[in-house]
Design a protein around this ligand. Sequence first.
Ligand code: GLA
Length: 382
Amino acid sequence: MPNPPPTRLASSLFTATYASRAAVGASAPGRVNLIGEHTDYNGGPVLPFALPRKTVVFAAAAPHWEAVSSRNGAPTRFVPEDAPVGVWTDYLSGVVRVLRELRAAPAGASIAVASSVPAGTGLSSSAALTVAAARALSRLGGRQLSRDAVAEVAYRAESEVVGVRCGRMDQAIATEGRSGQALLYETGSGTMVQVPFPLRVLMVETGVTRHLGAVDYNLRREECEEALDAVREAGIAAEALAQVPGHALTTLARSLPSAHFRRVRHVVTETARTREAAAALAAGDYLRLGALLFDGHASIREDFESSCVEADLLVDSALAYEAWGARLTGAGWGGAVLVLAPPDLMARLKSGLVRDFRAAFGRAPVLWETRAAGGLKTEPVP
Ligand code: GLA
């Protein structure tokens, strides 16, 4: 964790930059998805938990839009109606534009941001930013939006304005996360159930930075849409891929092109695994939960083709050291692997993973332990 914590950092950054006090503050966490990958835009379930690492936003009314971040150097002015240009303030522009539609945006603001969510690690630093900004800026605009409404603003900012065609998982857990709980979120029906999740989790960063805006994610989403059309043409009634029954896979294997079939098989089997994982977690059956995580990784490696060699090595080595389970979390193509293991195995596991990773890639991965923490919060202005 960076020192000082992000709340103090954001408030001192605000004061140092604007020589005045902030009027509102909010924070939202990053997340780890236990299982349910690439199911959220296919009508399936996800099982994420919120991290203790969070993004904090402080703001005050101003005649223009200006933002500073502890990670991005000097304060910059931005114009919310400008097209996104691949900079971090695009996310703020997105939030402002959606808030304007709801008549919940202030006329302008000075904004300071600090975060302890590592960027580019598949831990959803972008939803942490948009959710915290949506809460802080709507308060500044004189509105008290519900958690659901904040999540929706953040989702629309990212998908409609920034242009990443994400699902709704990250914004949901950033708003709804609770300490010691994972969230089973059925994206098809909108149902949310908190599932006790008392375990400590080992996170291992692959050091491979993924860019969610990059083509891969949107391409997979298109493939899923094409696959759904093909599934319907094959006579299977489904509103989303997650509704395709498991027994239909044998027929689909014959009628769909190989890549499309494998995308469908991932979504169908991942949907079943995620529901079973929530049940195993609720029953305290960590061995079963872990086995489902290993299976989930094999599925993103072979069927969804969204893994990377660094993650594959870590998962294989976690299996060899008898972890309960491990998988690459988040959108994929890099980011971090989560590992669940009995507490008395942790020390041996960590040194084994570091040794194997170093032998293969000539560098040590960044490791940290974490647990499920709370979601969106209004931060008192110091
Ligand atoms: C990203 C997206 C989510 C989800 C995951 C993959 O984190 O923002 O909506 O699709 O990838 O499970």
